[in-house]
Design a protein around this ligand. Structure first.
Ligand SMILES: Cc1cc2nc3c(=O)[nH]c(=O)nc-3n(C[C@H](O)[C@H](O)[C@H](O)COP(=O)(O)OP(=O)(O)OC[C@H]3O[C@@H](n4cnc5c(N)ncnc54)[C@H](O)[C@@H]3O)c2cc1C
Length: 513
């Protein structure tokens, strides 16, 4: 047994990992006046939500568009949380993204899809007037599901299945459906399906696999609240959240990698860092993925087989492959007016998904030009473009080290060719600097299995309603992050972290009674 005098300090709660979910959980606990220590292995907070500098450019590491922000006068759920922790309006301002996305195909099809529920559906009707009836049915389903999601949110998830069935039957109906199942009730026009599905990369699965609930919830949230981007990039957002946590009385240690979560008599007692430092605690919220938490950070022999099955059963989602490009021309000169452009070879989204499983030809990607939200993002006369596609991480682990750089450069070159073919024919003339991130980069950064950026796949069995929850077989150990609760993404991870903290507070209150 670990002797009590070895502990450097004692806390009500220790949060392991200052990714977005760790920060969300820590701030929520700070609001409840808990005595909290946040431990992060890197020297900065945020996990994926960070930035890096190459040459005279500072690149956004992950965020394309933040959902759930809205405006100060009409705030979304995330903005309201930020207000409560003191982050807005004082520390961070958000720029609203003008349009939802631009969608382009090798056959020359090129359209811009707007934000706003009304504008979005009107645009679909304008583009596909022959599908009017189906689009109206689709709208009805999407709005009904979204009403249900808002209702569940307003009750903080404390709603019985009976109540959902009675008041929001579409939630119960779509919960077991893929997005493709929903489309089949409405239309089978391949281009229409493809245009609506464009942001499928944000969830990592094509319509035939992705949970309809997750996709419709994401789409309607973006349409309703618009997309936003923090001035100063996601690094500024993560740093400001860390500052809010400190202002709420919390302690943070960076360069503090947790090696062990110490369990005594099936309860968390403390944590040990890789440098040997020990902290005592009444509870741990782990922002480290559930597999590493249960199988590496604690003695795996005490984890019941049933829970092991739960954490190993869901398939692990994709990682990313990104090319960060600094261009010595302004975005207007490059012909780029939109922030987010999805580039597709054709409408075969299953084939595009298959391309994530091979390191051969990218078939779907997004090109994000941040200057179209905030021109001060890069030095005058320049612009930043980030090309991102998805790749399954396991195949990158098999590459012999001496071939890694060649394979990475070849794949980046193929992504540039997709850009040349569609939106900027002469892009190579303007490249001042380029950096490439592969699944191995994302693995090194996050410690996530296979470098997964959204945690488990967001399929029907692992949609926000069905996903692994924060509670674990160890009563005072909780999970937070993309792998649990609402799934991957900025807003979902932050608000999911808040859920983990809420569960701890609820259990504590019950224990005190
Ligand atoms: C290229 C890219 C683009 C993306 N685009 C978007 C987007 O546009 N919109 C969107 O909503 N989402 C986007 N995402 C997804 C989103 O960034 C993630 O889903 C989200 O940030 C996950 O947050 P998290 O808290 O679960 O975990 P992570 O970011 O994985 O954080 C985990 C933290 O734990 C720390 N840690 C790990 N092990 C230990 C240990 N033993 N001790 C101490 N600390 C430890 C890590 O260092 C890290 O800080 C994108 C991601 C990427 C990579």
């Amino acid at each position: 047994m670990t002797e009590i005098q070895n502990y450097l300090d004692s806390y009500n709660v220790i949060v392991v990992g200052a990714g977005l979910a760790g920060l969300g959980a820590a701030c929520q606990l700070g609001l409840a006046n808990e005595n909290v220590l946040l431990l992060e292995k890197h020297n900065v907070p945020g996990g994926f939500a960070t930035s890096f500098v190459r040459g005279r450019f500072e690149f956004e590491g992950a965020l394309h568009m933040l959902s759930d922000i809205g405006t100060p006068d009409n705030p979304g759920a995330l903005y309201r949380f930020f207000r409560r922790i003191g982050l807005v309006p004082e520390m961070i301002t958000f720029k609203n993204i003008p349009e939802y996305y631009r969608t382009v195909y090798y056959d020359g099809y090129d359209e811009v899809i707007p934000y706003g529920v009304e504008k979005y559906f009107n645009k679909l009707l304008e583009l596909f007037h022959q599908e009017t009836e189906g689009i109206e049915i689709f709208r009805e389903i999407a709005e009904s599901v979204y009403d249900g999601i808002k209702y569940i949110g307003s009750k903080r998830g404390n709603v019985s299945q009976k109540e959902i069935l009675k008041n929001h039957p579409w939630i119960a109906r779509v919960i077991g459906l893929t997005l493709q199942d929903v489309f089949e009730k409405c239309f089978n026009n391949k281009r229409l399906i493809s245009v609506i599905s464009q942001p499928w990369g944000f969830l990592g699965l094509p319509p035939s696999r992705v949970s309809a609930y997750a996709f419709l919830g994401m789409t309607m949230t973006y349409l309703d609240w618009g997309g936003a981007y923090p001035v100063g990039r996601s690094h500024a957002l993560s740093s400001a959240m860390a500052k809010c946590f400190r202002n709420l009385g919390g302690d943070i240690r960076f360069n503090a990698e947790v090696e062990e979560i110490i369990i005594e008599k099936n309860l968390v007692e403390g944590v040990r860092l890789t440098n040997g430092d020990l902290y005592k605690t009444n509870a741990v919220i782990s922002n480290v993925n559930p597999i590493t938490t249960s199988m590496k950070l604690i003695n795996k022999n005490i984890i019941p087989d049933e829970y092991k099955k739960k954490i190993y059963a869901p398939a692990i989602g994709p990682s990313g492959f990104s090319v960060y490009i600094g261009l010595n021309a302004i975005s207007e000169k490059l012909g780029l007016q939109e922030h987010e452009t999805f580039i597709n070879i054709d409408d075969d989204l299953d084939a595009a998904f298959e391309s994530f499983h091979k390191i051969s030809e990218p078939k779907y990607m997004v090109a994000a030009c941040y200057n179209n939200i905030d021109n001060s993002i890069s030095p005058p006369g320049t612009s930043e473009l980030v090309l991102t596609t998805l790749q399954m991480g396991d195949q990158w682990q098999l590459i012999p080290p001496d071939q890694y750089h060649q394979i990475k450069d070849d794949y980046a070159d193929k992504m540039l060719k997709m850009v040349e073919k569609t939106i900027i024919p002469n892009i190579r003339d303007y490249i001042e600097i380029a950096e490439v991130a592969t699944p191995l980069t994302y693995y090194r950064y996050s410690n996530n299995f296979n470098g997964a950026i959204y945690g488990y796949h967001q399929d029907v069995l692992n949609s926000p309603m069905m996903r692994l929850k924060s509670n674990t077989p160890i009563k005072n150990l909780y999970q937070a992050g993309a792998w649990t609760n609402f799934g991957g993404g900025f807003s979902t991870s932050i608000l999911g972290g808040r859920v983990a903290a809420g569960l701890y507070l609820k259990n504590k209150k019950e224990d005190d009674l």
